[in-house]
Ligand binder design. Sequence first.
Ligand code: WT7
Length: 573
Amino acid sequence: MQGELIPAFPGNHNMANYEEARANFKWEDVEKEFSWYTTGKVNIAYEAVDRNVLEKGLGDKVALYYSDPARNEAVTYRQMMERSNQFANVLKKYGINKGERVFIFMPRSPELYASFLGIVKKGCIAGPLFEAFMENAVKDRLGDAEAVAIVTTPALRNRIPKDQLPHLKHIFMVGVPEEGLGEGEIDWHAEMAEASTEFDIEWVDREDPMLLLYTSGSTGKPKGVLHVHNGMIQHYQTGKWILDLKEDDIYWCTADPGWVTGISYGVWAPYLNGVSSVVRGGRFKPADWYQTIQDNKVTVWYSAPTAFRMLMAAGDDLVKEHDLSSLRHVLSVGEPLNAEVVRWGMKVYERRIHDNWWMTETGGQIISNYPSMAIKPGSMGKPFPGIDAAIIDDNGNVLPPLQMGNLAVRKGWPSMMRKIWKNEPKYNEYFKIEGWYVSGDSAYMDEDGYFWFQGRIDDVINTSGERVGPFEVESKLVEHPAVGEAGVIGKPDPVRGEIIKAFISLREGYTWSEELQAEIVAFVKTGLAAHAAPREIEVRDKLPKTRSGKIMRRVLKAWELGLPTGDLSTMED
Ligand code: WT7
């Protein structure tokens, strides 16, 4: 399908010509766009919010159009500045200092965004968590980060095991629980009402940490990916050239701030570019999403393949029932965007869906399709100007076009992660080939310079765009009294990309039944997260293992797909 080409739509795109941009672009030139370039005072939250009010006259412009089935609210840039100042003052009052970790664990709301920006203004490290996390997942992350405070809601408080988190001192509660506040719990609204709307921003170094995001690998617990203020250079410029943001845009990023997309492109990119941003809370519903576009007159829409596939399944008629004519630019990230979905987008939205590739670890977009460039459906596009991405072999040799290998990025782009929290060996693993960041994805580049995703090299599962580490799920499964051993793989699925499939062996005295299956699924759901629970479980007498006792997931996968199992020389008898 490599030959299929969808030409660029005519229009006044911020990046007029990719080749030209690539030839002339320098990251240093972007630095001049920021206040700190002249003042020397750095804080990403100042550049994203306060500066729009204080230097650009955008105080009355709407920063956030928030809606969910129960609420509808617009927050201007001035209000966002004042509310984030208030929360920064609250943190100050409780003695929370620069560099300390403050987590956020709540559904999307205006309060979440004000808290997040306040944390960053105070120079703290923000740790956003997805609201679906259950107790174990919350405990692992807060414990590893030694978080001192968390912002949450009464509905989620029981998932924060205070007694097991010795560093956690303050729980800012958005909404007061019926039973009243417990020890260490603080009424968010009451504190905000008392706090000054003025705050002396904590000026930081560009290399100071700002964000800690946990993500899954194939082994061990989730790892804390640390990002610094300097990432703003990339968030701003990719917002300009990839999201193609312009002054009057109404931009909607559908991602939750518990994932990197919901921060880099749900907060920083739109605010650094001074546009109005839409946030829709509540659950995914196709009609609801189209209504959100129609009501807000969304012009730029950034979503994910799973969502597009579910919208496709919801049918073309639903599209016709809504007015989506405001849409100018549509983008997708998180997993492979099927060529089929791109063709469907052309048919029903009459728009191209622009795929792009990046990761939690890269902090910002790396490879993309640009509005001024012809698209090859199924391809992720080309490296951003100023970024050198390539396909390399295991020795670091750059491979010629059409050869599959490691998708790698030349070290040193502005939003690159700076650390894995308290785990230097893990960090170094990404950079084990001199000069390169090795992504863990395999891909090839075609003769025209377009990149094509082939798969993960490790066993990490991508289900509905969410990264799930098989080890975490296996560990949870074997905690269940009926489960002896567990091996977890991603099984191809037409809508979710992959679903989680578990192979287990039962302990003595247990027999398999539908009830037991439901119980085990619920066990993972409540212990870890709903999206981490296996959709399929298959019971085997024995699981394939190496002689050192490692479950051989590739053998399970081969069984599942009916493929040859390959080299079994390391397998136990
Ligand atoms: C992994 C990163 C950063 C966005 C959210 C995901 C997969 C991401 C694509 C794409 C095929 C993709 C990769 C990558 N992925 N974008 N356009 N085509 N696969 O961030 O949770 O850190 O996951 O998602 O496998 O390594 P993440």
